[in-house]
Design a protein around this ligand. Structure first.
Ligand code: OAD
Length: 255
């Protein structure tokens, strides 16, 4: 599908779903999960740090990894993709952002009611009693290569404070999943941006949208196989989304 035919579909769409993965934040300087890691993390597969077992086995390694990512997010700015998505919402009757990302860059770009399927770096809680915790900003002095950090303790039960993200083997937040799924099944255009599409159940959403007749478009600089009914826009998220927005709506300013 060309950008101009997708632009045409967007102009006609009643409900657009934007589904994002780590690639949408890559141009803000947040490493994706498949990028080679450096420093302390180069010996670890992120998939193995992101489990309850990893946290219990080595809390300071796991907490250090998430604090390193949280600092990167705090220091980052939304990129052209986040901004184009927030702008797109002003041009279509309904737009739902569903993200696998645990950063807040969509919100900082102006998107509202973002559905976070994998939780957030900014909502830590006690691993034992579940009590929510507020954290001070991570120190700017964290070494670039990362370091171990002992997690804080819960003020109620003395359990470790854990990041508010969904780990492998854990359930997605019930409300987020059902709202995301309903949106995927009701939209007419589904844009899947910057995701490797290998982590389920999130990766099921494009398939659900396709099953209900939506136009499904993958945006990624690295081409991968998609079914003959799906479409692919090959390029970085910021360039593709800014181009698409311009193509679809530059003659249709927001009134
Ligand atoms: P991945 O790290 O698996 O994939 C990132 C994707 O972004 C790859 O397909 C890259 O080609 C693509 N990419 C890189 N740069 C890009 C750019 N500038 N523009 C667009 N795309 C770009 O990230 P996710 O698919 O989000 O889960 O991973 C899914 C889940 O696996 C994550 O939410 C996390 C992870 O382990 C949990 O932690 C539960």
């Amino acid at each position: 599908m060309t950008i101009s035919s997708l632009a045409e579909r967007l102009r006609e769409a009643q409900h657009v779903v934007v589904f994002t993965g780590a690639g949408a934040s890559a141009e803000s300087g947040i490493p994706t999960f498949r990028d080679a890691l450096s420093g302390l993390w180069d010996k670890f597969d992120p998939a193995h740090l992101a489990t309850p077992e990893a946290f219990r086995a080595d809390p300071s390694l796991s907490w250090g990894w998430y604090e390193w990512r949280r600092l990167k997010v705090i220091q980052a700015q939304p990129n052209g993709a986040h901004l184009a998505i927030a702008e797109l919402a002003k041009h279509v009757p309904k737009l739902t952002v569903v993200t696998q990302n645990v950063d807040d860059l969509h919100e900082r770009a102006g998107s509202q009611d973002v559905i976070h399927l994998h939780g957030s770096l900014h909502s830590p809680r006690c691993i034992d009693c579940g009590r929510a915790h507020t954290l001070p900003l991570p120190s700017d002095a964290l070494p670039e290569g990362g370091c171990r950090i002992e997690p804080p303790r819960c003020t109620v039960c003395n359990g470790y404070v854990r990041p508010g993200v969904v780990w492998f083997g854990e359930m997605l937040p019930e409300g987020s999943w059902s709202v995301g799924l309903a949106a995927a099944e009701r939209c007419d255009v589904f844009l899947s941006i910057g995701t490797s599409g290998i982590v389920y159940p999130a990766a099921e959403l494009p398939l659900r949208a396709l099953g209900q007749g939506a136009t499904v478009v993958h945006v990624n600089p690295v081409r991968f196989d998609v079914s003959s009914q799906e479409h692919f826009l090959e390029g970085p998220a910021s360039v593709m989304m800014q181009t698409l927005l311009h193509e679809a709506f530059s003659d249709h300013p927001v009134s």
